[in-house]
Design a protein around this ligand. Structure first.
Ligand code: SAM
Length: 340
């Protein structure tokens, strides 16, 4: 394996530090803003198993990326906990030299059952998506009648297993769940969970995104601050996606991910790998670069990284900074394909 090359940067000087790996394009939710039933219904053809990267292929690729500067890996999907024996992959990744941070994003539906095995396999922390504490609103959003209580059980199981910190992601959509922001803030205030509000984004092409549906993060912070006073906190590290705010009474912190109103492309060091091994250099990408064939045709690690390097050094993406009515209509990859 070649020694780390510190110099892999894109055309805007951004290094390659984070890798988000989707392990499946399937999900057990049909969130209306992500996998609407009209598109992802019974007839939808998900990836057949032979096209998915195996755990060994994912681990090999991860090792190659880490050798060239990646420090953080997030496992995502689809719903990653649907991938059978996921803890085996977690164990393989956790054992990689040089990986500083390994985490996973889940809708929490299977977490109560899986938390302990994931922790034992070496997962350090976890992010759970939860859009409301109100069953009727949550059901309307997940569109499979999944109860809030079972996600909360998953969060409790993750805490009991020692996964920390636990981050809770709430996608806020005006007129759908924005009235529930304060309930969520009150619920997680004073707990070790870090609640993060995500502006509804125009990812993919199926979610009917409109700018009017976006509640600007500044508005959310102001609403919470009126009841639970907040103060800005410094980023934990350069390129952190969430802006942090601390409760003035010591009740913990929240984050806002304002990719629409306050884009953070300038610091974006994230590459994304779909479950079938396609590398994307932007969440809003319209096309990617296949790594499955190079992995399967016997190429050496160095040759695979040369290809990745070529892709990364040519990277110009800064979609959120350039968003216009025209870009919103582009045929972008679905979020369920490349994960969050
Ligand atoms: N199934 C897992 C989950 O629910 O966390 C992982 C994949 S999911 C695509 C990752 C995150 O993306 C979730 O927090 C989800 O709410 C968020 N997400 C999906 N579509 C979005 C959109 N249009 N705007 C903002 N966030 C979105």
């Amino acid at each position: 394996m070649t020694p780390p090359l510190d110099g892999v940067t894109d055309t805007l000087g951004r290094p390659l530090r984070d890798l988000r790996i989707s392990v499946t394009d399937r999900c057990n939710f049909r969130c209306t803003y992500c996998m609407p039933k009209e598109v992802f219904g019974r007839g939808y053809e998900f990836l057949p198993r032979p096209l998915l990267l195996t755990f060994e292929e994912i681990t090999r690729l991860s090792r190659i990326f880490i050798a060239h500067g990646v420090e953080k890996i997030r496992i995502t999907g689809g719903e990653p906990l649907l991938r059978r024996d996921l803890e085996v992959l977690v164990g393989q990744l956790a054992a990689l030299d040089g990986l500083k941070d390994l985490t996973l994003t889940t809708n929490g539906a299977l977490l109560a059952r899986k938390a302990r095995a994931l922790r034992d396999a070496g997962l350090q922390r976890i992010t759970v998506s939860l859009d409301s504490l109100d069953d009727s609103v949550f059901n309307e959003m997940n569109d499979v009648d999944f109860p809030v209580g079972r996600v909360l059980e998953g969060i409790d199981a993750a805490a009991a297993a020692g996964l920390a910190p636990i981050k809770i992601n709430m996608v806020v959509r005006r007129g759908v769940n924005d009235d529930h922001v304060l309930d969520m803030a009150r619920h997680f205030h004073g707990t070790p969970c870090v609640l993060r509000f995500i502006e509804f984004m125009d990812v993919g092409t199926t979610n009917g995104w409109k700018l009017d549906d976006v509640v600007p993060a500044a508005e959310l912070v102001a609403r919470i601050d009126r009841e639970l006073p907040l103060e800005p906190a410094d980023p934990n590290y350069r390129g952190e996606v969430a802006r942090r705010y601390r409760y003035r009474d010591g009740g913990g912190e929240i984050g806002v991910i304002a990719s629409v109103t306050q884009p953070f492309c300038g610091d974006c060091s994230r590459a994304r790998l779909s479950a079938e091994g396609v590398l994307y250099t932007c969440l809003f990408g319209t096309s990617g670069h296949g790594l499955r064939e190079p992995l399967r045709d016997g190429r050496a690690d160095e040759a695979i990284f040369d290809f990745v390097k070529e892709v990364w050094t040519a990277r110009t993406d800064r979609y959120s900074e350039l968003r216009t009515a025209e870009t919103v209509a582009l045929p972008k990859v679905e979020m369920s394909h490349i994960g969050g």
